[in-house]
Design a protein around this ligand. Structure first.
Ligand SMILES: Nc1ncnc2c1ncn2[C@@H]1O[C@H](COP(=O)(O)OP(=O)(O)OP(=O)(O)O)[C@@H](O)[C@H]1O
Ligand SMILES: [Mg+2]
Length: 366
């Protein structure tokens, strides 16, 4: 069940966010969208406020990282089959399944992590439970254990991610060039990734503790990059800035901010400023419209002006919010709002835009 790109009628370029983009003051230089730290990371954790496009961006990112013949695993941890929906596929099993090919070779596999299966796998690893494991499952022990110790759930999910990141084949080469995780939302991300804190309540020593320490070491290392997806609205931007601060104080590596669903400016920067500043003039516009040979009455020109002003205000607000985000000093990538929504073709378009902004893996991971 492998997806291939379809044609999409949506824009195939990111919105123009050039330096001469209007009157709003922002930092003079936006940070490089995809720095070496991101290109060198193996585990890419994608978080963001609910509904801002985490799953979409995780899918597009996986496709971009898979270009040049790489193999990338896309992991989902919230048991909601969002990846299957995104790639237009039936629900994914708890096994790594090839779901898409990257435009120039390379493949994306996907795994919907099932907490129960992961727990049994975990017990098996440490205690060689065999048949007893299946009995535990029948008894509902897994649900019992994860209800009793909510942190255990997170440890299992991040542990599974670590296992896929570090797994190597018979030739001792890594199986995956990169693993992308469609992670919990910003409100829960620091708790989710703070495995050491979760484990301090669960196990103080022994094999499970050692394994968790290994997970914590990976998550706090340069091999991990946490990406934050946001839209240019007040609430998601505020949450993103808070999450950046919280991740930093927990010593977790922030990779990039992916500004998603950006409005494509339909007017040049000067006209956006003029429209947002109320300078659009009915007489001037009516003359211009007539000059273009169109027969339009004043009412229609008035509606046009209202639309232009609304658009300009929206774009100006987005510039302001983008400038606030830029102050956090995190590399920024941006993706447009696709007018037809994100079908499979649109997903490949978004991935192409990430690639154009430099997203990819460095050569060392070859
Ligand atoms: N750039 C975009 N242009 C147009 N629509 C988009 C874009 N990005 C995401 N969407 C749409 O927004 C909706 C939410 O996206 P998505 O499911 O990726 O968000 P999410 O953050 O994973 O949500 P949840 O918190 O529910 O997991 C989907 O319908 C998706 O197709
Ligand atoms: Mg999602």
């Amino acid at each position: 069940m492998t997806s291939t790109p379809k044609q999409s009628s949506s824009p195939t370029h990111p919105p123009d966010r050039g330096p001469d983009r209007g009157a709003v003051d922002g930092p003079s230089e936006l940070t490089d969208g995809w720095p070496a730290a991101c290109a060198g990371a193996r585990l890419h954790v994608v978080t963001g406020k609910g509904g801002t496009g985490k799953t979409t961006v995780a899918g597009a990112l996986a496709l971009s990282l898979a270009s040049n013949g790489r193999r990338v695993l896309l992991i989902e941890v919230e048991e909601r089959q969002g990846i299957a929906r995104l790639f237009d596929l039936p629900p994914l099993p708890y096994s790594e399944t090839r779901i898409a090919v990257a435009p120039d070779g390379g493949e994306v596999r996907a795994l919907a992590v099932d907490v129960e299966a992961a727990l049994l796998e975990y017990f098996q690893l440490f205690y060689n439970l065999g048949v007893a494991g299946r009995a535990l499952k029948r008894m509902g022990a897994v649900e019992f254990a994860t209800t009793l110790a909510p942190g255990l759930r997170d440890v299992l999910l991040t542990g599974k991610a670590k296992e896929t990141v570090t797994r190597s084949g018979a030739d001792s080469r890594r199986i995956y060039d990169a693993v992308v995780m469609d992670a919990p939302p910003t409100g829960r991300i620091v708790t989710f990734l703070n495995v050491t804190v979760a484990m301090s309540d669960l196990a103080h020593r022994g094999p499970i503790r050692n394994q968790a320490d290994g997970v914590a070491a990976l998550l706090h290392s340069p091999s991990t990059a946490v990406h934050l997806v946001t839209q240019l609205e007040e609430m998601p931007v505020t949450e993103t800035l808070e999450a950046i601060a919280d991740l930093r104080s927990a010593g977790l590596p922030v990779g990039s901010v992916v500004v998603n669903a950006v409005t494509d400016p339909l007017l040049p920067a000067n006209d956006i400023d003029a429209a947002a500043g109320g300078e659009l003039n009915l007489a001037v516009l009516a003359t211009a419209v007539a000059g273009a040979g169109l027969q339009v009455d004043d009412g229609a020109v008035g509606s046009l002006i209202r639309l232009a002003v609304e658009h300009a205000e929206r774009v100006t607000k987005e510039y302001e919010l983008e400038a606030q985000l830029a102050h956090a000093g995190v590399p920024m990538l941006n993706l447009p709002r696709l007018v037809d929504g994100v079908d499979l073709g649109g997903l490949y378009d978004l991935s192409g835009m990430l690639t154009d902004q430099g997203v990819g893996l460095d050569r060392e991971s070859e």
